[in-house]
Design a protein around this ligand. Structure first.
Ligand code: FEO
Length: 169
């Protein structure tokens, strides 16, 4: 069994992970329009990762005998009109997700659920990686500035990113 307050926090986080999947899918469309195939690949991997993050908590709630409550996923919103601006929003979103996962961990601590804290440790570490990865992309995009040739070179490099199904927990 799982504490009700913690169950609600997990359900909210599941929604945020699936929103992240949806947001990155929407951002991917912009890069498809620009025909930047490496960036499209980067977002494809990101979308799959977010799905895995959501399912990790979904399966965990089930394993703990919790009630899974799926709510509506909000319309994905972003304002960026350049790769740099979009990646600024990706980083801001990941920072938001980090604080949100920290909140779930705060609740797990409050209700003294050590097993949940163990799972959440994985997510906390994953967020360090996510922010570092996106921060690196952002730094490169800032360096590139208006250099289209350099942008195309980065795009080529991004084709190499592959999805590896994470082992969560
Ligand atoms: Fe699920 Fe990008 O954090």
């Amino acid at each position: 069994m799982i504490n009700e307050k913690l169950e609600a926090a997990f359900n909210e986080q599941i929604n945020k992970e699936f929103y992240s999947e949806y947001l990155y899918l929407a951002m991917k469309v912009k890069f498809m329009e620009w025909n930047l195939k490496g960036f499209v690949n980067w977002f494809n991997v990101q979308v799959q990762e977010e799905h895995a993050h959501g399912m990790g908590m979904f399966d965990y709630l089930d394993e703990r005998g919790g009630n899974i409550k799926l709510e509506a996923i909000a319309k994905p919103e972003f304002k960026g009109t350049t790769p740099l601006e979009i990646f600024e929003e990706v980083l801001a979103h990941e920072q938001f997700v980090t604080s949100s996962i920290n909140h779930v961990a705060d609740v797990a601590e409050e209700v003294k659920d050590r097993a949940a804290l163990h799972l959440l440790d994985w997510y906390i570490k994953e967020q360090v990686e996510e922010e570092s990865n996106v921060g690196g992309m952002l730094a490169t995009l800032k360096l590139i500035g208006d250099d289209k040739k350099a942008l195309l070179m980065l795009d080529k490099d991004l084709m190499a990113r592959t999805f590896v199904q994470p082992v969560i927990g």
